[in-house]
Design a protein around this ligand. Sequence first.
Ligand SMILES: NC(=O)c1ccc[n+]([C@@H]2O[C@H](COP(=O)([O-])OP(=O)(O)OC[C@H]3O[C@@H](n4cnc5c(N)ncnc54)[C@H](OP(=O)(O)O)[C@@H]3O)[C@@H](O)[C@H]2O)c1
Length: 330
Amino acid sequence: MKALVCNRFGSPGDCLELVDVALPEPGPGEAVVAVSHVGLNFHDTLVVAGKHVVQPQPPFSPGSEYAGTVLSVGPDVMVPRVGDRVVGNEEYGCARAAVLVRADRVTVLPDDVQEQDAAAILVAYSTAYHALVQRANLRPGETLVVLGAAGGVGSAAVDVGALLGARVIAGASTAERATSALRRGAHETFSYGGDGNVKDAIKRLTGGVGADVVFDPVGGTVAEAAVRAVAWGGRYLVVGFAAGAIPRLALNIPLVKGSSVIGVFLGEFIRRHRALHEENLRTIFAWATAGRLRPHVHGVLPLERGAEALDLLAGGRADGKLLLRVGQSL
Ligand SMILES: NC(=O)c1ccc[n+]([C@@H]2O[C@H](COP(=O)([O-])OP(=O)(O)OC[C@H]3O[C@@H](n4cnc5c(N)ncnc54)[C@H](OP(=O)(O)O)[C@@H]3O)[C@@H](O)[C@H]2O)c1
């Protein structure tokens, strides 16, 4: 079967190639899934570059989420069953025609959710939902500021925030990227051009009060300004550092604002609270089947163009989610 393989850490264009590998066999507690689509995340660019805490030994396949059909299961596995359409996420290893996974890490898809949509939804919307519901306790009528709103998790946070009844203000590095959020559910937008006018923009758009909740997958120079633009009693969600630098925070800011700085870690949440994650997914997929949520997709490329797709993500040039189409018949 075909697999996109990273032979050494580096930039995607230099270190990825499409090769033939053996189809895996499931052991006890395992399932083999024929992959139809792979969802790409910024995380994958860090793993390929060797800059993530997760450092697999090359050769390995990148790709941290997949959707497809169960091809075979281990002798003791009752769920999922062969033929089930499923979705799942792993630290890496999904950009190949079939993945060998632990059966208890797989979610069976509702009938009316397409596999391409599922691969675009799983990580981004689970992160946004967990962040806004379990971590921030976002309430209807509150003001939510989403940074990096044109990206994968950012665009999902715009959708989820609007569906939860918040007033959503979407920020991105250019006005054009921010404006696309209006088509999804954002009420207002601003651009931050890579630096410091975040605080002024948020204060202006909230009548000087500040944001009840800030969702920040960007980090870097915009983060401190965003922390300073949180309202009294507000919550700043630490989601990621796509800009590269991990910001340092002066602790006087949460003190004077009575605010909270809250970490979000989807992978650990899933490991510790699998049942609650599945409950979150049921809500997210119900929104999708009702047409209330449509993942914002930049493009769907064939598996062999995986390096190109990861380069787009690494350069912050994707507007929405990037997917790889696999669908090799096995
Ligand atoms: N905590 C968790 O559980 C969790 C889960 C999923 C993802 N994440 C993290 O969230 C972040 C975003 O992930 P994603 O998959 O949504 O990525 P993405 O689609 O590439 O979006 C990242 C956004 O960050 C902004 N950005 C600013 N500087 C950038 C740079 N130098 N390179 C790339 N992007 C830059 C870009 O928007 P603008 O240019 O408009 O600012 C871009 O839209 C990553 O750090 C990821 O690791 C965390």
